[in-house]
Write a protein that binds this ligand. Structure first.
Ligand SMILES: NC(=O)c1ccc[n+]([C@@H]2O[C@H](COP(=O)([O-])OP(=O)(O)OC[C@H]3O[C@@H](n4cnc5c(N)ncnc54)[C@H](OP(=O)(O)O)[C@@H]3O)[C@@H](O)[C@H]2O)c1
Length: 244
């Protein structure tokens, strides 16, 4: 039995995590933490904390996990560099799974994006387009950020120097090295991501569309079961799925 605490439990993802967890006999939710709740008083009841709250809250949850020797699954996105450093520094103390997207399909997209970039080579222009529901607070999505990191990594580019967030005005011709990233917001879209590889005469597009948050919730619950008992370190969903 894996005992979990869910943070952000009253949010959209929190509600779906609770529904999906109830269907898995090997998982027991021992506490639900919302804004203003005190996780310190319940942390000892759990094996692992699943965080789908807000980027400002993740470092505090991670520190409490480290102090009490509990594993952590981070689903929250939108962290700044300092918050990321604060959390990842704890990898020497506890096992942490951190993935911008817990769906199996998106992790397949990550794998395919790496392969396609390697195969198609430097002549193809790279653009990523994402769309999410109108209430999403951060942009670009964490998943889109992971996709552009993969593109830059394969091309051995420094992402900060080549990223192009949208275009407006007389921006001139596209440079061969830039990586475009564009965020659309509207309606109730759960999460669409397309990677465009465009060359003269042909174009390849890899697209994933999520139509239910259950895909993220089930992946995060799978990660929670996987991470308990692992050595301290930083893992991602590719580790959980055995794709590495
Ligand atoms: N990795 C993935 O696969 C994946 C998939 C989907 C979403 N996400 C990410 O997961 C996060 C949550 O998404 P969502 O759509 O569920 O957002 P949401 O509906 O806004 O829910 C977030 C919840 O977190 C709560 N919260 C904020 N600060 C908190 C704190 N300090 N302690 C405890 N709870 C706190 C909020 O409560 P209040 O409203 O009362 O502040 C809210 O109930 C976002 O960062 C989103 O991008 C990741």
């Amino acid at each position: 039995m894996t005992k979990v605490i869910i943070t952000g439990a009253k949010g959209r993802m929190g509600a779906v995590l609770l529904t999906c967890a109830a269907r898995i006999p090997q998982i027991e939710v021992v506490a639900k933490i919302g804004s203003g709740d005190d996780i310190s008083s319940v942390i000892d009841k759990c094996d692992v904390v699943i965080d789908f709250s807000y980027h400002d809250a993740t470092p505090k949850f991670a520190e409490i996990c480290a102090r009490h020797n509990k594993a952590l699954v981070v689903g929250t996105t939108g962290h700044d560099a300092a918050q990321k450093t604060q959390v990842t520094a704890l990898k020497s103390k506890i096992p942490i799974v951190w993935s911008s997207n817990y769906s199996t399909g998106v992790n397949t997209l990550f794998w395919l994006t790496r392969k396609a970039t390697e195969i198609l080579g430097p002549d193809f222009d790279l653009e990523v387009v994402e769309m999410h529901h109108r209430l999403k607070k951060d942009a670009p999505s964490g998943t889109a950020q992971t996709l552009v990191e993969i593109l830059a990594d394969v091309r051995k580019q420094e992402l900060a120097k080549v990223i192009r967030h949208g275009r407006e005005g007389l921006v001139g011709a596209r440079t061969p090295t830039e990586i475009g990233l564009h965020s659309l917001r509207g309606g109730d879209v759960v999460g669409d991501h397309t990677v465009v590889f465009a060359n003269i005469g042909e174009r390849v597009e890899l697209t994933h569309k999520a139509s239910s948050r259950e895909t993220f919730a089930n992946g995060a619950l799978r990660a929670a079961q996987w991470v308990v008992g692992k050595a301290p370190g930083l893992y991602d969903m590719q580790d959980v799925l055995g794709l590495k």
